[in-house]
Each structure stands twice: as C-alpha cells, then as structure tokens.
Write a protein that binds this ligand. Structure first.
Ligand SMILES: NC(=O)c1ccc[n+]([C@@H]2O[C@H](COP(=O)([O-])OP(=O)(O)OC[C@H]3O[C@@H](n4cnc5c(N)ncnc54)[C@H](O)[C@@H]3O)[C@@H](O)[C@H]2O)c1
Length: 269
C-alpha cells in the first residue's frame, strides 16, 4: 500500500538508533508520503545516529527534551515553519527510568528518580499535547500516538516504576483525547506493544526471557518493531479517523491468551 500519509506533516520523537520503534516508523512514514521533523533529547543527539535517519528521510532534526515546555514550544513552532503548515501526526516514542537503569529494587526506589521516570515517560506526553494545543499546531483530524506496555495492567518483575509511568501515560491519552477530540477533532491513542529488542527494551533485567515467554504466549508471536511502525502509520492515516482515547493492544494476541499449546508443550517437557 502506498501514499497512506501523502501530504501529511508530522513530528516523530524518540529515534535513537535503527532498532528504535520511532526510527522504523520514520522510514515507513516517509515511504507512505509524509513529511516530518525528527526530534530527540539533546543528550541523545550526541550519539549522532539520528542524522543518518534525517538524511534518508530528508527531514530536519530539532533537539528537544520532552520534559521542557520551552523546548517543546520551539519544536512545534519550528516544525510548522519547516514543514510549511500545521501538524497532522505526532509520535511520542519516549521512555526512561533511572531506577530501572540503575537496577534499583522495587522496595528500594529512589523517589527523585521515580519522579523523573514519570516526568520523562508519562507527563511528557501531556506536555506534548498541551503545547500542541496552546500553539494551535494540530490540523483537524490529526492523530497523536504514544507507545505503552502491558505492564500498565499486569505486573512484570523488573519493569519497576515504568509500570506506573505507563498506567499514567494511558490515562493521559484518554483524558487528552476527550479534550482534543472536542476542541479540534484530534485523536489521541496509545499502542501497547510486544517486547521489542531496542535500547529501552533490552535495558530491563530478564528481557530475553520474557521476550521468549511473550512470543510463546502470543498466537501470532511477538509483534516486531516493523509491525509496530506499520500500525502507527495506520493510526496516522485517514482510515482510523474515529479511533480515539484507546489503549490498543499490538501484541500478537498475548493480552487475551491464557496459555498456548506451544507453552504447554514447553512446560510439560
Ligand atoms: N522495546 C520494548 O520492548 C517496548 C515495548 C512496549 C513499549 N515500548 C515503548 O516504546 C517507546 C520507544 O522505545 P524503544 O523501544 O523504541 O526504545 P529506544 O531506546 O530506541 O527509544 C526510547 C527513546 O526515548 C528517548 N528519550 C529518553 N529521554 C528523553 C527525553 N527527556 N526527551 C526526549 N526523548 C527522550 C531516548 O533518547 C530514545 O530515543 C517507549 O515509550 C517504550 O517504553 C517499548
């Protein structure tokens, strides 16, 4: 399928390297005819990989710490200037927990870091929506998507305070979706993605084991980063105009499986 996003303008957060879900989304969005700006935290820029993506996609890179209203305001204003009009789609593909990164036990969390996890991984989504609204940057029937994980509903060891961050993120999508829908017919959703081998994903202790477990408990297997990019693009397209305020499971069936034959076979060995 081609030209699903023809003529649409967007902003893509979170492409760190070629494994990033945002990186794959940028490639697919470009293929589907969109133009967009790329953004990431200034610290992530120093690694340089995003410039390579920018060249491939003929996109400009605008650094922004997603927790800074000032940076976000600059990002939306500059993006509109560069792209020549208002924005049709935004991808929030951002997550970070200092407690996870530093291997803190759930019973020994550092609360300053907890606040950082929430600020970076959840409140930043509210900030993105709020700045988009205040700068009047979205076109009618625009689409804003953030990425979540099923640890928002069920516990997973070592996902730690990111579980609270994702629960908040999904709640923000509902509340802002209600507001933005009425104000400007903008839809706001989260996608709950299978475990995926990226920098953020593999930073969780035991990732390989629960990656394999999720794969066995999903009738279709784990959804890949490429699959996720395709799904995100469909949510930016005009084929999903009435989908809003949802947490959409993109997980090969994991979330509604009790057990699979594959797992029975494995466990009965
Ligand atoms: N990988 C998985 O298993 C998985 C599963 C479900 C959901 N997700 C979610 O998908 C999203 C994208 O993660 P990914 O797996 O592609 O990993 P990734 O590490 O490639 O992307 C995370 C991004 O967040 C950015 N970021 C961190 N702090 C920031 C800040 N202050 N301002 C702006 N950007 C900041 C990083 O620079 C990076 O680009 C995250 O929300 C993650 O929680 C990932």
């Amino acid at each position: 399928m081609n030209d699903l996003l023809k003529g649409k303008r967007g902003i893509i957060f979170g492409a760190l390297d070629e494994n990033s879900i945002a990186w794959k989304t940028a490639l697919e969005a470009k293929k589907q005819g969109a133009m967009f700006t790329l953004t990431n935290a200034p610290i992530a820029m120093r690694m340089g990989a995003i410039q390579k993506l920018a060249e491939t996609c003929n996109a400009e890179v605008i650094p922004a710490d997603a927790t800074s209203i000032e940076d976000l305001t600059n990002l939306f204003e500059k993006s509109k200037e560069i792209l020549g009009g208002n924005i049709d789609f935004v991808l929030h593909s951002i997550g970070m927990s200092p407690n996870v990164r530093k291997g803190k036990e759930y019973g020994d969390l550092n609360y300053e870091w907890f606040m950082k996890s929430i600020d970076i991984s959840a409140l930043s989504f509210h900030k993105v929506c709020q700045v988009a609204e205040k700068t009047d940057s979205m076109n009618e029937w625009g689409s804003i998507v953030a990425l979540s994980y099923i640890a928002a509903q069920r516990t997973f060891p070592d996902y730690s305070d990111m579980a609270q961050a994702k629960a908040t993120l999904e709640s923000i999508a509902r509340s802002y979706g209600a507001r933005f829908g009425q104000l400007k017919k903008v839809r706001v959703n989260t996608i709950s993605q299978s475990p995926t081998k990226t920098t953020a994903g593999t930073g969780i202790t035991g990732f390989d084991v629960f990656y394999d477990y999720a794969d066995m408990l999903s009738p279709l297997g784990n959804a890949s980063g490429e699959d996720c990019a395709n799904y995100i693009v469909s949510l930016f397209s005009d084929f999903t105009r009435m989908v809003t305020m949802q947490n959409l499971m993109h997980d090969g069936g994991f979330s509604t499986s009790g057990i699979t034959q594959q797992l029975i076979d494995r466990l009965s060995k």
